[in-house]
Design a protein around this ligand. Structure first.
Ligand code: FAD
Ligand code: A2P
Length: 422
């Protein structure tokens, strides 16, 4: 056999996940159509014996950690156990860096990527985002300039508005992007805590216009029973702080003014707002999922005087009024600027109401927006809400004679349906 051909066959392009950037959100494992991705208490990894390079997992990854490749001899491919032990990706072995063909998407993969519900592209008029300007190796340092509780003192959920200032360090962001926070300390196995991701709650020109700062909306994650609301992402990554309380959210919520936070990012190049003035925003969120909606709404509010005509419609769910972040400021926004619909699930004496119930009540107006090619839909918050919201969109569309499968496909293709649930 020709030796040249033999060498080519033995080199594979191995798919790897960067443990330094991965936020362990489980999206890749859920997306993989052939169960090639798995995780242990430390890392998410790809099994080279199963992965066919279909790329279905790549677009949904919120950080880009998934998009890493190394040329390796097939016989020396990194095993799952090798990858579980990594704290950083290995360098490319230049001796086997011969380019190999990227596997073509097979039919199964195409079907799988169709199962990604939301858009994997940005709205056509979105500004170009900067991503991953700061990494583990060269993170940014930000100073806490504000940290206050958003939820009522008596409310079980403790949600904070935290303002971080980058001083002279450039940290350009767009509404809908997120940052990674590196909490100090190590987990039980002695490894540095992994990065956690938080949506940016302020517009591109700063929490305070013209300042180099941004804000976050952070919910303190506590052990089930401490406040009756353990709300972790449930992926069992075992990187907690040993007492069951969330590592990073407690660190952030306890920060004092003047404290310095290690930040990486920004992340996100699809969940972005349109910039053409007559574009409409249909925003659906629960809890801290309000962060990107606040950023987009505030950006539009600041630009209102420029005569932008696009509509803003918001559906926002929380347990009670006292647990809804930004209740006061939201209620003071003019009704002709934003159409706000709140859904409370645990108000004593009232029936449980979710965002999807509120959407159905406003079906005519939602349908009108859905039928408009300038409408962009954003869904952010509890992972569990995604099914209910998608079902509500579908039933509203169908009951208003909109061809839902075609509309859904168009929304996705045109970067007009963005889902970020965690
Ligand atoms: P972790 O320490 O990671 O714990 C997670 C879960 O495990 C918790 O339920 C915790 O109780 C449990 N646990 C921890 N240790 C143990 C143990 N020893 N035994 C048993 N159970 C344990 N969050 C926000 O608040 N605001 C945002 O804007 C926001 N945006 C996000 C955007 C994206 C795209 C994603 C993916 C996530 C976002 N999150 C946001 C979630 C955030 O990244 C964190 O997942 C969240 O703050 C919890 O992190 P933690 O370090 O506090 O909890
Ligand atoms: P619930 O009272 O059933 O927990 P949280 O406070 O946990 O962040 O949740 C925010 C809001 O989202 C709460 O009102 C919660 O209601 C609601 N919620 C929970 N599950 C769903 C779901 N599947 N669809 C829509 N909303 C939900």
């Amino acid at each position: 056999m020709d030796a040249h051909i033999e060498t080519r066959i033995e080199i594979i392009r191995q798919h790897l996940i960067d443990p330094e950037i991965c936020i362990r959100c489980n999206t890749c494992e859920e997306t993989c159509p052939i169960d090639a991705i798995t995780h242990d208490g430390a890392n998410y990894v790809v099994n080279a014996e199963v992965c066919n390079g279909c790329m279905a997992c790549v677009p949904p990854c919120p950080t880009g950690a998934i998009d890493n490749w190394r040329n390796v001899l097939r016989s020396e491919a990194y095993s799952v156990d090798d990858q579980f032990g990594w704290e950083a990706l290995p360098a490319q072995n230049e001796a086997v860096s011969t380019p190999v063909e990227v596997p073509a998407q097979d039919d199964e993969a195409l079907v799988a990527s169709d199962t990604v519900r939301g858009s994997t592209v940005a709205p056509w008029s979105a500004a170009r985002p900067y991503v991953q300007l700061y990494t583990h190796k060269a993170p940014a340092l930000a100073t806490v300039v504000g940290n206050y509780r958003l939820t009522d003192a008596a409310a079980p959920s403790d949600i904070h508005h935290i303002v971080l200032d980058f001083g002279a360090l450039p940290f350009p962001v767009l509404e809908g992007q997120s940052i990674g926070v590196l909490p100090p300390g190590t987990s039980a196995d002695g490894r540095a805590h992994h990065v956690r991701q938080y949506s940016i709650a302020s517009p591109r020109d700063g929490e305070r216009p013209g300042y180099n700062n941004l804000s976050l909306t952070v919910k303190r994650v506590q052990r089930e029973g401490d406040n009756g609301n353990g709300n972790g992402n449930g992926n069992g990554n075992g990187n907690g702080n040993g007492n069951g309380n969330g590592v990073c959210s407690n660190y952030l919520c306890d920060l004092q003014k003047g404290d310095v936070v290690t930040v990486i990012g920004p992340f996100g190049n699809t969940f972005l707002m349109p910039n053409h003035p007559d574009s409409h925003l249909l925003m659906i969120c629960t809890g801290t999922g309000s962060a990107p909606m606040r950023a987009m709404t505030e950006y539009r509010r600041r630009r209102r005087a420029t005569g932008e005509t696009g509509k803003l419609m918001l559906f926002f769910g929380a347990r009670t009024r006292g647990e809804l972040p930004y209740f006061g400021p939201l209620m003071s926004l003019p009704k002709d600027f934003i159409d706000t619909n709140l859904a409370f699930s645990r108000t004593p004496g009232e029936a449980k109401r979710y965002v999807q119930d509120a959407m159905r009540e406003r079906a005519d107006d939602v349908a009108q927006l859905l039928g408009d090619g300038n409408t962009h839909v954003y869904v952010c918050g509890l992972r569990g809400m995604e099914d209910g919201v998608m079902q509500a969109l579908e039933s509203i569309a169908r009951s208003h004679s909109l061809d839902w499968p075609a509309l859904w496909e168009r929304l996705r293709r045109e970067g007009r349906l963005h889902l970020e649930t965690y």
